[in-house]
Design a binder for this molecule. Structure first.
Ligand code: RB5
Length: 148
């Protein structure tokens, strides 16, 4: 499974550490969309770029800013994206198994690297359960379609 990673200037170091971590996990290919130290980008720009790739390649995404919140708000503006700002492993797992999230957002000022790796493990290793959860995810898509 391909995993795109991106960040704003608040998340560069954590993004790079998580990128290496994802690359080391069997079955996952990490694609670093930037940015790098010395660069700056506004989180909505980084989020939209990554979300387009996630949708084009039916992949997963990881976005890191200061809190994870700006990234998740921006990502969720893109039709077809279900992004969750997460700061602990339980929600990371459930947002895949129940919400079919395709983008994980984390805050570099909220979680340290080791906790972030546990969150990433739970997110990437979980699978959508479908069934009653599909009904609810479809209802979310209906909201999207009614409010285009
Ligand atoms: C940038 O300073 C900061 O506002 C941003 O990274 C993020 O936390 C926004 O949600």
């Amino acid at each position: 499974m391909k995993v795109f990673l991106s960040c704003d200037h608040a998340g560069i170091e954590l993004k790079n550490e998580i990128c290496e971590y994802v690359a080391s996990k069997e079955g996952f290919e990490a694609v670093n969309l930037g940015i790098e130290l010395g660069e700056k980008i506004d989180y909505p720009v980084a989020a939209e770029n990554l979300c387009k790739k996630v949708l084009e390649e039916n992949a997963l995404g990881i976005l890191i800013c200061g809190t994870g919140i700006g990234m998740s708000m921006s990502a969720n503006k893109v039709n077809g994206i279900r992004a969750a700002a997460v700061s602990e492993p339980y929600s990371a797992k459930l947002t895949r198994t129940h919400n079919d999230a395709n983008v994980l957002c984390m805050g570099a000022r909220v979680v340290g690297p080791e906790l972030a790796k546990m969150i990433v493990d739970n997110f990437l290793e979980a699978e959508f359960e479908g069934g009653r959860h599909k009904t609810r995810v479809d209802l979310m898509t209906d909201i999207e379609n009614r409010n285009k």
